[in-house]
Each structure stands twice: as structure tokens, then as C-alpha cells.
Ligand binder design. Sequence first.
Ligand SMILES: NC(=O)c1ccc[n+]([C@@H]2O[C@H](COP(=O)([O-])OP(=O)(O)OC[C@H]3O[C@@H](n4cnc5c(N)ncnc54)[C@H](O)[C@@H]3O)[C@@H](O)[C@H]2O)c1
Length: 321
Amino acid sequence: MASILVTGALGQIGSELVPALRDRYGADRVIATDLKVLPPGSAAALAPYGHLDCTEAHQLHEAVRRYAVGTIYHLAALLSASAEAAPQLAWSVNMSGLYNVLEVAREYGCQVFFPSSIGAFGPSTPRDATPQVTIQRPNTIYGVTKVAGELLCDYYASRFGIDTRGLRLPGLVSYVAAPGGGTTDYAVEMHYHAVRYASYSCFLAADTRLDMMYMPDALAAMIELMEADPARLNHRNAYNVTAMSVTPAEIADAIRRRIPGFAVEYDVDPVRQAIADSWPRSMDDSAAHADWGWAPRYDLEAMTEDMLRRLEDKLAAARKH
Ligand SMILES: NC(=O)c1ccc[n+]([C@@H]2O[C@H](COP(=O)([O-])OP(=O)(O)OC[C@H]3O[C@@H](n4cnc5c(N)ncnc54)[C@H](O)[C@@H]3O)[C@@H](O)[C@H]2O)c1
């Protein structure tokens, strides 16, 4: 059976996607790779794990050939805030990386998963019930690479018959790995700070409404999309998916219902606020529902309940060591 290669596997998504894929398809079949070089002990614990820079085409070729890879989950990228701080590097990693992945997929006939983002939309996009097909003129380098990436996936599907599939993911909330420099990182930090310090200084304004999703739903969406009947997929660039449309104040209230003394102050970062203000408030994900049965399992209350419980367990375990 062909293997599954994950690039950017040590990030917020990869840290949970790799174990989920290994549970489902077998540990030996899922090859985790990342730019980061791990010390030998950590690499052995994650095996099969290898260093792979997705901007180096020959490294991708070597991995796909060596492990007989049939599917690539291409997670390696710079996220929105990190990309804005280093636009040239973001173009190189996000675009050359995807191009190399698509080229190797063309050569070896691999299926490809590409995570697009709410960042693929911009200020001229309708911000409420954002349609599946609509104006995409982002004004961030991250968004530019996501739109170009969607188009490139579409092109490789129609021109070369490559089985590309993608999701426009919203902000992801999770407790395993820290987020990697995105505009929605506050939603994760708020839970951590609530458990540790009962207070948080938020870098977005209290009423900034954005789409969000809890990581278990994101993992399910990726796996369900990749297993979906190809004949039913009407979109090969990326599907809108969302689970909730919430503000920092609403997340803080949900936490406060469980940690009553939780205090939040707002110290707005103009760069990340401008990015958030250019993104949808709430996406219409009915195409994903119709084509491959997408349905989220976690709303704000269910997510907050689970997040806080997991973080309390994590903190208690850390105190024991
Ligand atoms: N986390 C979110 O909220 C979110 C939302 C929408 C879309 N996405 C997309 O999902 C993907 C994964 O996101 P994430 O949150 O796990 O990101 P992350 O920043 O946490 O992890 C990215 C990983 O990629 C690695 N990497 C960077 N440059 C690389 C290179 N040249 N070669 C190989 N690896 C490299 C990093 O070391 C890191 O481990 C990205 O494409 C991101 O744009 C994430």
C-alpha cells in the first residue's frame, strides 16, 4: 500500500494530523517531515520522521520515491502574521513549496491535500455568508499565496488530472502544539492564559468576528475530504469549511462561564487587526456539506469545555514532572 507524506508535520496541524493518520492507516505508512531538525531521540519517537525542506524539489522527489508515497498532505507554510513580517520568504516557502509538491505529484501520480485559508479572501469579498465562489483579492502576502495556491491546484487537476483537494480553513483552536504565527492565535492563547493565569491581553479588538474551528473537526474535515468520492467533488481549489463565527469577547464569555474570574484586556496590534478586518466574518460552507457531507461536531460551548479540560490535564501532568 502506498505511503502518506506530511510536510510541515511539526506545526499546529501536523502535530495532531500525523497521529490521526497513523491511527487510521497504520503508523508505518505515514511519513512525517519538517524543516526542523530534531535531536535523534525525538526523531526516533516520531518515526518514520525525516528532515524535508519543501523548497528543495530534490528532497521531495527523494522522499516520494524512497517511501513509495501515494498521498501528500502539504502543510508546510508561513502563516499570516509571520508571512507579513517576511513576505519574500513567505512567497518562497508557500509558492515554491506547493509548486514542488504538485510537480512531484504529477511525476509519481500522488493525491495532494492543500490547506487554503480564510486568508484567501480580502476586503472586497462579501464578509457575511461568504460564498464558495466569490471575489478573492486579499491584501496580505499570505492571502496572495493562498489564492495562487488554490489556482495552481485547480490547474494541475484540470491540466494533468492530479487529484488535488483543499479546504479554506478558518482559525484553528487546539491544545497539543502552539499556533505558528497566525492572526487567530489569540483564540488558542486565551484558553492557555485562562487556565494558567486567569487573565489575558488580547491583540484583536473585542468585537472582531471571525470563523473558527476546533482541531478535531479540522482533522475530520481533512480526512473525510481526502476519502470522498472524487466524482462528487465540484471544486478542486479548496472548499469553505467553518464550525463557528465568534468574537474574542464571546470566547472570553464562554471561558468565564467555566472560570468565573477570567479577566481580558484588549491591546490591539494594528497589523493583525488589519488582517482580521479583511477576512470573512462567517463563511458559507454549504458546498462542502453538499459535495462530501461536511458537518462540524464542536460549537463554541463544546470546544471551550473540552479545551479547558485538556489544558488543565496538561498543566497537572507538567506539574507532576
Ligand atoms: N492553524 C491555522 O489556524 C490554519 C488556518 C488556515 C490554514 N492553515 C494552513 O495549514 C497549514 C499548516 O498550518 P499550521 O498551523 O500547522 O502551521 P505551523 O506554522 O504551526 O506549522 C508549519 C510547519 O511548517 C514547517 N516549515 C516551514 N517552512 C518549511 C519548509 N521550507 N519546508 C518544510 N517545512 C517547513 C515549520 O517548521 C512548521 O513546523 C499551513 O499551510 C497554513 O497556512 C492553518
